[in-house]
Design a protein around this ligand. Structure first.
Ligand code: SAH
Length: 239
């Protein structure tokens, strides 16, 4: 079973949206497991203090190293036996999370995710526990929980038995470095609120599978080139 441990100051946020639909069904079926660990449980004083003012001054609070470290140590035994679970810290300055990283994580034993709050965590915890900093995009969330859920969801749908049709994953966005082609379903002709009649591309109703595949590949290339020149450039071998 793929094991998720989420360290958070808000354990009641979990499973949240992960309890619904695809991921929720898989959770109930035991294809993956989720433990939300309350970091505050590891506070050293009776007030349950988990944060303190930053050395050097400045705005906001920093998550204390002793408390967070104790929570990580209790949740990720580093002994020789047992699977080594990657330890991720949700962080806007981390490596951008990717489909490739999701595939790697999904192929492993599971993941431990540390959800930051306030201004972030004491740098020494990142070092001491060799946390891998992961970002879900170039914007700032108020906490790591939603980022962690995005990472978990991206991995869980890749686990064997979670998605109905395994083939559908290989044609998706980012697999092969390309975005997805456009989708259409019935009716073949549809008039939207602007009154304009829109027909699905003729090729899709032709029944010609080879031509359909060719058209879809062309669409993927065109959309990637236009919308994500960065992806396109990385895919095309440099000359
Ligand atoms: N002061 C920090 C932002 C802290 S936001 C800075 O300027 O970089 C509080 C917490 O939310 C972070 O510790 C992190 O765990 C989470 N977080 C915010 N944005 C994120 C992002 N884009 N990706 C992953 N985690 C994020």
């Amino acid at each position: 079973m793929w094991q998720v441990t989420a360290l958070t100051l808000f354990p009641e946020m979990f499973p949240g949206p992960l309890g619904e639909s695809l991921a929720g069904k898989a959770l109930k079926e035991g294809l993956w497991s989720l433990e939300a660990v309350d970091i505050r449980r590891f506070a050293k004083d009776r007030h349950g203090t988990v944060d303190d003012a930053p050395f050097g001054g400045g705005a906001g609070m920093v998550m204390k190293p002793d408390v967070l470290s104790a929570a990580i140590a209790a949740s990720a035994p580093t002994g020789v036996e047992g699977p080594r679970v990657p330890k991720l810290l949700m962080s806007p300055r981390g490596a951008p999370f990717s489909q490739a990283r999701a595939r790697e994580l999904a192929a492993g034993p599971g993941v431990l995710l540390v959800c930051g709050r306030f201004e972030g965590v004491d740098e020494r915890v990142i070092e001491a526990h060799a946390l891998e900093e992961v970002s879900v995009g170039d914007f700032v969330l108020s906490g790591g929980e939603i980022a962690a859920m995005a990472v978990i969801d991206g991995c869980v749908r890749l686990l064997p038995g979670v998605m109905g049709e395994p083939a559908s994953a290989s044609e998706e966005s980012f697999e092969n470095g390309l975005l997805e082609y456009p989708h259409y379903t019935r009716p073949a002709s549809w008039a939207g609120p602007d009154g304009i009649d829109r027909r699905v591309p003729e090729i899709l109703v032709s029944g010609h599978h080879g031509k359909v595949a060719e058209w879809r590949m062309e669409q993927r290339k065109e959309i990637t080139r236009r919308r994500r020149p960065d992806l396109w450039a990385r895919r095309t071998p440099a000359k």
